[in-house]
Design a protein around this ligand. Structure first.
Ligand code: PEP
Ligand code: MN
Length: 333
């Protein structure tokens, strides 16, 4: 971290600031120029409150020269991480197609969709049991029963399953779940992240509706700092001024994340766009820009879905998207 001091700062003021930083176990390199004085802060600067430093009368500006995330940082871990969920690997050239309904609705529905997406080329089955809904009056998911039905679908098809956790007290229910999803709304539920960090389960961490890439990586860091390195990041669209789509799919996040981190990155074109007809083109674009996987909402009868029917595609549409995505992957590799 470097701090540039304002013009006209006296040596006494500089010394006072340096002593204050040293008291925090930070080594300081002082570079006094004709016009400006620059302080180079050396050591563990993650505990320095940048905003507080910037707010001091004698400080012009403060800049970080290294990222605040360490374990998620590619600089300290250049090789891609491969996350393994049961028999499926994700990352470093291993691509996973994740498909299934927004919510588990009944045994018939989840088994039928599971069989259909498997037939259509899916590697992993998704389905929400605990649903974070904007309205408390909307369908909230089948909860424990939903997890049980997903496990039935896993037994019937042999596919690994992914489902969302909303509160840590539900963790015992996730014992046989292959990947635990942390949804966009919980991306900064730090207590939940820390507890998931104490498990060895693969975690799919979705980007928050209004969170930066750095904040997403800091959330991954929360999980990793407790010992769990099995993290898959998910770009699912962010809030912008645009209203033509449910969210704005930030596809540039994929190559940016690949530069910054070794963790695999998947894209969710369903929640990103909110429209079933936009899922195919954005899934294709995600494959083309280097995503390590795609997660798509598929329903056997989208018009009657209890949640997110407008963005859900049918199993036959899924099959053709899968086909196209695999062709693109071959072309870009
Ligand atoms: C979901 O994938 O079921 C979901 C609720 O997505 P998000 O957290 O991205 O809104
Ligand atoms: Mn959904």
């Amino acid at each position: 971290m470097i701090a540039i001091l304002k013009n006209g700062v006296t040596p006494a003021q500089t010394k006072h600031l340096v002593d204050w930083l040293k008291a925090m176990n930070i080594d300081v390199h002082v570079s006094e120029g004709k016009e400006v004085t620059i302080l180079g802060l050396i050591g563990n600067t993650s505990r320095v409150d940048m905003e507080l430093l910037r707010s001091l009368d004698i400080v012009e500006t403060v800049k970080r020269v290294s990222e605040p995330y360490k374990q998620a940082n590619r600089k300290f871990h250049p090789k891609d991480t491969i996350v393994q969920a049961n028999s499926i690997r994700i990352g470093s050239g291993y691509f996973a197609m994740i498909a299934g309904p927004c919510s588990v609705e009944s045994e018939e529905q989840i088994i039928e969709v599971a069989r259909a997406v498997k037939e259509g080329g899916a590697d992993i089955l998704r389905g929400g049991a605990f649903k974070p809904r904007t309205s408390p009056y909307a369908f909230q998911g089948l909860k424990d029963e939903g997890v049980r039905l997903l496990l039935e679908a896993k037994k019937a098809t042999g596919m690994p399953i992914i489902t969302e956790i909303m509160t840590i007290t539900a963790l015992p229910l996730f014992e046989d779940v292959d990947i635990i999803q942390v949804g966009a709304r919980n991306m900064q539920n730090f207590d939940l992240l820390k507890e998931l960090g104490k498990t060895k389960k693969p975690i799919l961490l979705k980007r928050g509706l209004a969170n930066t890439i750095e904040e997403l990586l800091m959330s991954a860091e929360y999980i990793m700092s407790e010992g769990n390195e099995n993290i898959i990041l998910c770009e699912r669209g962010i809030r912008t001024f645009e209203t033509a789509t449910r969210n704005t799919l930030d596809l540039s996040a994929v190559p940016v994340l690949h530069e910054l981190t070794h963790l695999p990155v998947v894209v969710d074109p369903s929640h990103a766009t909110g429209h079933s007809r936009l899922v195919a083109p954005m899934a294709a674009a995600a494959a083309a820009c280097g995503a390590d996987g795609i997660m798509i909402e598929v329903h056997n009868n989208p018009a009657c879905a209890l949640c997110d029917g407008a963005q859900s595609i049918t199993p036959s549409q899924f099959q053709s998207i899968n086909h196209q995505v695999r062709k693109i992957l071959e072309a870009v590799r």
